[in-house]
Design a protein around this ligand. Structure first.
Ligand code: ADP
Ligand code: MG
Length: 236
């Protein structure tokens, strides 16, 4: 279980999280949908340890992760821009987190190789990441996010930079691998179609506050207000 409890965050007086609470169960995929600048990335970054909340708690199974060093958190991350390490090859990128957690080089390489097989990149293990296509880079990022057997997965618009065909195949691959993982997953997106396709539950974020949370069918049947209806409109 991953939960944000009454989390507040301001940047230079601008509120980006105003007492946000959210609970995500093991095996559940929650999509956070909102316009650019609404505070979606900040919500994930605080859980990942990339920034600190001003107040509130973020719990994984009763441990407040905001009190842990980022490298002590077992959280898988995927970003839109892959954020791979350019000076390391493919398997080294996947193994990096394991090495940081003290896993031996040979064991880390073996585990990385296993994950690379699962994302269909076994053959590319020793290539520099610079020669990979966008879709391949994102598959490396997926392998890297999963290799630590994370207690939670945070996906920040990971499919946005990919073209339509690649996006669909990577979404399916991600869903398939997530089913084995059974950890709580939060997907940040500005695409209602993506949220409908992937999420068990959708939360609408506006200026650091929830406008609505619910299942896809509930939101579509009864958007909270005109803003929510517009955000959920796949044609806009
Ligand atoms: P989203 O991911 O929904 O587009 P973000 O969480 O990235 O939104 O940002 C929310 C707001 O907080 C934006 O106005 C952004 O400019 C601001 N912000 C985010 N990170 C920082 C930072 N490190 N320093 C100052 N302002 C920031
Ligand atoms: Mg963002």
């Amino acid at each position: 279980m991953l939960s944000w409890q009454q989390v507040h965050k301001k940047f230079a007086g601008k509120v980006v999280a105003e007492g946000l609470s959210l609970q995500v169960a093991d095996g559940e995929l929650v999509a956070v949908l909102g316009e650019s600048g609404s505070g979606k990335s900040t919500l994930l970054n605080m859980a990942a340890g990339l920034m600190k909340p001003d107040s509130g708690k973020i719990l994984i199974n009763d441990t407040d992760v905001t009190l842990l060093q980022p490298e002590r958190r077992r959280i898988g991350l995927m970003f839109q821009d892959y954020a791979l390490l350019p000076h390391l090859n493919v398997w080294q990128n996947v193994a990096f987190g394991l090495r940081m957690h003290g896993v031996s080089k040979s064991s880390a390489r073996q585990q990385a190789q296993q994950l690379l097989s699962e994302v269909g990149l076994a053959e590319a293990a020793t290539q520099p990441v610079g020669v990979l296509s966008g879709g391949e880079r994102q598959r490396v990022a997926l392998a890297r996010a999963l290799v630590l057997q994370p207690q939670a997965l945070l996906l920040d618009e990971p499919f946005s930079a990919l073209d339509t065909t690649l996006r669909a195949s990577l979404q399916q691959l991600t869903l398939r691998l997530l089913r084995h993982q059974k950890c709580p997953t939060v997907l940040v997106t500005h695409s209602p179609l993506e949220a409908f396709a992937l999420a068990d539950r959708i939360c609408l974020l506006r200026y650091g506050r929830w406008v609505q949370q619910g299942k896809v069918s509930e939101l579509l049947a009864q958007p909270a207000d005109a803003w929510a209806a517009r955000l959920l409109d796949c044609d806009n």
